[in-house]
Design a protein. Sequence first.
Length: 710
Amino acid sequence: MKNTIFICCLCTIFATSFSQNKNETMSNPKAPIAPVKPKKLEKHGDVRIDNYFWLNDRENPEVIDYLNKENDYYHTVTASTKDFQTALFEEMKGRIKEDDESVPYLYNGYYYITRFEKGQDYPIYSRKKGSLEAPEEIMFNCNEMAKGHKYFQLGGVSISNDNQLAIFCTDVIGRRIYSMQIKNLVTGEILSDKVEQTTGNAVWANDNKTIFYTKQDEKTLRSDKVYKHKMGASTENDELVYFEKDDTFNVSVSKSKSKKYITIACGSTLTDEYQTILADEPDSKFKIFQKRVRGLEYSISHYGDSFYVVTNKDKATNFKLMKVNENNTSQENWVDLISHRSDVLMEGIDIFKDYLVVSERSNGLNKIRIMTWSGKGEYYLPFEIETYTCYTTTNVDFDTDVLRYGYQSLATPSSVIDFNMKTKTKEIKKEQQVLGGKFDKNNYTEERVWATATDGTKVPISMVYRKGIKKDGKNPLLLYAYGSYGLSMDPYFSTTRLSLLDRGFVYAIAHIRGGEDLGRQWYEDGKLLKKKNTFTDFIDCSKYVIAEKFTSAEHLYAEGGSAGGLLMGAIVNMAPQLYNGVIAQVPFVDVMTTMLDDSIPLTTGEYDEWGNPNVKKYYDYMLSYSPYDNVKAQDYPNMYVGTGLHDSQVQYWEPAKWVAKLRVTKTNDKQLFLDTNMDAGHGGASGRFEALKEVAKEFTFLLDLEKIKK
């Protein structure tokens, strides 16, 4: 997920005027052509000329004017589909239970619930004391809080130990810059303690009056500082307790599940470091758990008199579990509990009084392993298909036999399940409802198939489609992937996706290298100087679904967002003939210029993911695939490109520059749209129904290309 780059040259500035004319007819609008203002960029003796570097200025009225012209062009060209967009929105909204609520969980004497009311776009956070029959206490009604804002996000909610006070953080721009405040949950009063420009990450010490919170660098937005605030004191006098000098690291603060420790986590792509203090002693000095060693990754969980450490120590590529006494925590004292396995990735643990629950991944599938501390009776939860996702959820209590986990598949709505680890019985606490009366999961087929990559590697693809389709090459197929940061794209259920499936689409997820779908090595083989494996894997998966006649190039569509948008940019440069259409959401396409600009949010922290272009071998490799730098005169597929003006992760100017260059370089007249949400950031519109409008735009783009009008 990143930001900007490309080519420039010459001293003379050729300012071409926008060609869109107000007198042009709705039936034949001309796309806006961005003025060319060449800028020379030079590194390692290599000169690039970026004609659209000037778009990197959201305060420039000319930039805003260009983005608005692109929006106008998109809306004009797609005017005939607006009614269909509206119908799709209503169709998707109609499947959602509006008056919905989460499964309550018990924490420190209160049941906590998140619920939605009919006709409302935002959640209500509430709780009940001691019993679900107790009166409801509304903590935060986001529908009220969002009034007057085009964007609203609540985050960082943390309840004090005495249950009296709540920290809460709000973002009203979409740039993930939060204001932190405190609410008295007894009186409803918002206290005067307010801190601007925070990350939305804060925790209470056990004294109910000391708060630790994080702030970011004002320019790069890197989370680099931990402050301590005392209730009632001026926030201007808050104490800086930690500053992270290394600009490749980010910091966060949390409290252990045991409530005994406050923890500062410092992390980069390849290295971790933790510091702790007793939560009962907030004025003490933080102690380093294990000092950072490049390449040593670890995470910690406290229970009893020990810490449990998930780590890659001793070349444990897929991680292992170790244990250490809380009074002597450096790595020479760590002792193996679960050894490293080359074919099983350890993803995390949940600790209970009598049980240890290990989340694993093998052969690309999630596994939940139940172990007793006594060492007897170990077992795995059983799952019968290969296109599912399972995951532990909210497990805040040590002294219980009940594990709460989630389950879903491509055709099975998500469920929250309470599993008794002693009796091996389960209770489905909630299954996602699909309204409208037409959904039956038995009407769909889901399967996992394997494509063969260029180098012989087998790449899994998860698929779902309506039963009865013929493999005749005529089915429209949407292939999705991400492929970066070691993030696995597990099969998941989507009510919105039904609008494609029920109109004949096949939906598929390509589990390409760059994620951790098949273990840590799967990630290592799709990053840095092996990044191109991500792109060729996706192309080979595309060729597979065509060869197997699930679809054809005339009906194949690709979708990816953020770093997955980089994937989209790469594949349309490398194999544009395979796709009829591509959706690129907030795409990281200006790789080189972004990674050379350490003032842009996230850049320095990602050198271990993409490489540091200040080193020539990484510069050369990144330049060879950077989508913006490799746009060339060739036919490109139909493309819908979405972005947000306030995006802090992939700056809006990356897709804007990319589209501007594509417009004057591509050799065909297929559709090319840039749709900029002028009020949102990386996550798009806030509010669950407003977000559906963006999905309706994307689906309409696909369905219109397939000439499906209803």
